[in-house]
Write a protein that binds this ligand. Structure first.
Ligand code: ADP
Ligand code: GLC
Length: 490
């Protein structure tokens, strides 16, 4: 099959969160299975250019119709760890992708609608006719609308679209300008409940809704979250839309790229190890302590890695930090937020606790430190309020750090409680709690510290079991191929 992934992130060159890991890992898995896979991305000024091999222009004068004229683009080609990537560079005064950042700009909807249109225009002009176009989140959700309303008649009758929703909270709410800018026009057609009109603001268009309505198949990133999206408030107002489109909606659990995330071969950690020689993991714990200026001791290290977004249960992360401090443990926090106040808050805590050499807080994004934390910490907290899938708990498990998670979304599908799960004991791999409050998280932390301190042998068994789980793209890759096959023939 010929598959094109179109997305706003790709690990490691353009990464904000898990979306980047998923686009990379899924693409590699699909290729390993003999499919032709290409990836189209914006040519951001802040791509990690060192990691792109052989970057060169491949299509020079791509004129993308926009507003009353057209914007000239250059399309670049390069390899990212073997993946074939095309980068769209528009030449216009708006400088859509030269903002020093990926998201958070006032004109984000226009930036990514333009990208979606340019990606389609490129496929169309260059004669590429993939069997499947796979788009991700609101940033590329306009693409299926444009495909079916404009490009299909123009000469792309056989292309089919799979739309994966990684986060329902960000939907791409915009106004009628997009209809004018893209040439779709016809506000009376698109400002309707069955097409793009937002379910709550009748003067707004909702790009993610367009993606749901127009795609041939829609997925989210775990089976539990697919259920939550339909039957709880976790799809932020899409319950009815998903009900209408239920026959083409489902959950596919994310995988981990086992090459990028392999403790036996990872160049970013201090000492390679695997589940058999797990004792060698200790060297990473020591290196983590040194890197974070923690006292050298045999206290357990609890950690958090991730965005400091309200989705992640920031108050519970902070509570876990103080709980560790008060229970003779160490804590390492690596994270950042797009909101300066949240970053300032954690910097303030860091400054205030700085004499305490059992706590380390780093506000920022640091891929290498993230790897060392998974390899060196004993536990990782993920107390999310909602979590479509979550990758950090899987990375932690793969590297022998025990996850302590809230039973929600993909966390519920990947972490099975050591004490209370109904699965056989040898499949249990972490600690799980239900209520997103202090008592809830303490009920799990207490059991985590108890096992670490009182039953080191069992703790090691738990680490081994976590490491032994198959979290690779093998099964989810097949699941996506089944979906592609299913829609291809419609
Ligand atoms: P989300 O996509 O909601 O942010 P995931 O758990 O799916 O959450 O994925 C987060 C990804 O981003 C993981 O690869 C994690 O290691 C990485 N990550 C998040 N924050 C940081 C950070 N501050 N520094 C390094 N890596 C980070
Ligand atoms: C989103 C979700 C996260 C998921 C990731 C990759 O950012 O918040 O739960 O793991 O996308 O699908």
């Amino acid at each position: 099959m010929y598959i094109v992934q179109i997305a706003s992130e790709l690990a490691p060159i353009a990464k904000v969160g898990g979306l980047a890991d998923v686009v990379y890992g899924l693409s590699r898995e699909l290729e390993l299975r003999g499919n032709a896979v290409e990836i189209i991305l914006p040519k951001y000024d802040r791509l990690w250019y060192d990691q792109i091999f052989g970057l060169a222009p491949t299509y020079n004068d791509l004129w993308v119709p926009w507003c009353d004229g057209a914007i000239r683009c250059t399309v670049w080609f390069g390899l990212v760890h073997g993946r074939k990537c095309y980068f769209i560079e528009p030449h216009s005064p708006e400088a859509f992708f030269e903002r020093g950042t990926f998201y958070g700009q006032w004109d984000d909807p226009a930036r990514f609608i333009f990208f979606s249109k340019a990606a389609l225009e490129y496929l169309y002009r260059s004669g590429k006719r993939p069997d499947i176009i796979h788009v991700h989140d609101w940033q590329t959700a306009a693409l299926p609308v444009l495909l079916y309303e404009m490009y299909q008649q123009a000469g792309m009758p056989n292309q089919r679209v799979c739309h994966t929703i990684h986060n329902f909270r960000h939907q791409g709410i915009t106004d009628g300008y997009m209809l004018y800018a893209t040439g779709l026009g016809h506000p009376e057609r698109y400002f309707t409940h069955e097409r793009l009109r937002d379910n709550f603001n009748h003067f707004a268009l909702n790009l993610m809704k367009g993606g749901i309505v127009y795609s041939n198949f829609v997925t989210t990133v775990s089976p539990t979250h697919a259920w939550e999206a339909r039957f709880t408030d976790q799809s932020f107002g899409f319950g009815e839309t998903l009900h209408i489109h239920q026959s083409k909606f489902g959950g596919v659990l994310n995988g981990l790229d086992y090459e990028a995330w392999n403790p036996a071969l990872d160049p970013m950690i201090a000492a390679p190890f695997d589940a058999v020689d797990i004792d060698r993991r200790e060297a990473n714990t020591k290196a983590l302590r040194e890197r974070c200026n923690l006292t050298d001791s045999d206290k357990p290290i609890l950690a958090y890695v991730g965005r400091l977004d309200s989705q992640k249960g920031v108050h519970l992360i902070r509570h876990a930090l103080f709980y560790a401090m008060n229970h003779d443990a160490q804590f390492v926090l690596l994270g950042s937020s797009p909101e300066p106040e949240t970053n300032d808050h954690f910097r303030h805590i860091a400054g205030w606790l700085s004499p305490n050499r059992d706590i380390y807080i780093e506000v920022g994004f640091n891929e290498q430190l993230a790897h060392l934390i998974y390899a060196g910490a004993h536990g990782l907290v993920v107390p999310s309020i909602y979590e479509p899938c979550g990758l950090t708990q899987m990375m932690a498990m793969r590297y022998g750090a025990v996850p302590i998670v809230r039973r929600v979304g993909g966390l519920a599908d990947t972490v099975f409680d050591w004490d209370y799960d109904s699965r056989p004991r040898d499949q249990r791999c972490g600690f799980v709690f239900d209520h997103p409050d202090f008592d809830g998280i303490e009920s799990a932390l207490q059991r985590f510290f108890g096992l670490y301190t009182n039953s080191p042998k069992l703790f090691r068994t738990l680490q081994r079991q976590a490491m032994g789980r198959d979290m690779s793209w093998r099964l989810p890759g097949q699941h996506y191929l089944d979906i592609y096959e299913h829609i291809r023939h419609r």
